[in-house]
Ligand binder design. Sequence first.
Ligand code: SF4
Length: 428
Amino acid sequence: MSPVIPIRQEKTSGCQTPEVVQERGQREVFCGLTGIIWLHRKIQDAFFLVVGSRTCAHLIQSAAGVMIFAEPRFGTAIIDERDLAGLADANEELDRVVTELLERRPDIKMLFLVGSCPSEVIKLDLSRAAYRLNTQFGSSVNVLNYSGSGIETTFTQGEDACLAAIVPTLPAKNNKGKKLLVVGTLADVVEDQFRNLFNKMGIIDVDFFPPRRSTEMPSVGPGTEFLLAQPFLADTARELEALGAKHLPAPFPLGAMGTSAWLEQAAKSFGVSEKTFEATIEAPKKRALHALAKHRVELNGKKIFFFPDSQLEIPLARFLHTELGMHLSEVGTPYLHRRHLEAELLQIPASTRIVEGQDVDEQLDRCRADAPDLVVCGLGLANPLEAEGFTTKWAIELVFTPIQGFEQAGDLAGLFSRPLIRRLKLVA
Ligand code: SF4
């Protein structure tokens, strides 16, 4: 019998949001270590030391590709069989690895000890290790810890765990004025575009978290209002709220309409006039709509099925449905944070099957029965599904590619239209 547990259907402001069913079964999702790939590119003076096994080392090395241009900013302190058998003092070994690393790399200003399945199995207390190392090296480097283990986290949850670990160390905001904080890793080019738009509207005090350098951490406190740039930051948002920051609920900045609505929430809260807001977004929004039009020809009316992977699935489904006319067959997501996704769910047809969690065999059966035109899934499922004749899109690309904002709307649509066009060419 399928372990599908229906949860209550909720109504908001008279509008109906789709029913969400939960599945608990075998999952096919990366662990949270994957987040290191984009986090190490963003925070340029940070180092991510995975305390894990050779499997963990292989995962991040193969996901990141070979780094030949710079000294890498992630590595693995290997826990071997001796440690697993409790024969060696893993703490001593960790201290030795960190000491060597920091002596060799004085450019490292923030060091993350990243927990893994093996470090959890041997119950290595990384928060105590971080405290101990901060006492030793605290003047030159800030040592923090979080878990990216496959037992505790999936894929993008690694970023949430990392940012949530930083928040309590952020400087306190020492004035009563309002400031805007954009939360979630964005490509530098996207960050620059958003900063420019906010400044044009007259919102000058705006910070991005995480910043490009650990020495540029934003201050937070009452008066901070934050927009989430990513839908998978539940713990980070909770930590920010604990410091007195206020969340501005909005759809996520995907597509022309999503980006407009996201910017508008900030504009409203910061007292920007409608005229200034419209004048600011007019030209870039027009460019986005123009870029989307050619992809709409390919995607309109096509059926799409999402396997759970990045937690971006619900905002992406909303974008593909409302802006490109795609038909949503099933939208799977590893976790669904209802409060953060409410504005998205209201725009998804109530008949859409939304599934939180996964039972991969059941889901594969539903996918085959639905016969979608396009399947969004992880790397492990893509090849077998292609072999069965499905057209697939790797979910991981959606995390590694700059997709937010007006200027990226066309590229985002292209990530979905290209596999369909390629398939058409292959069968022609
Ligand atoms: Fe595998 Fe766990 Fe290491 Fe992730 S943390 S690579 S799931 S052993």
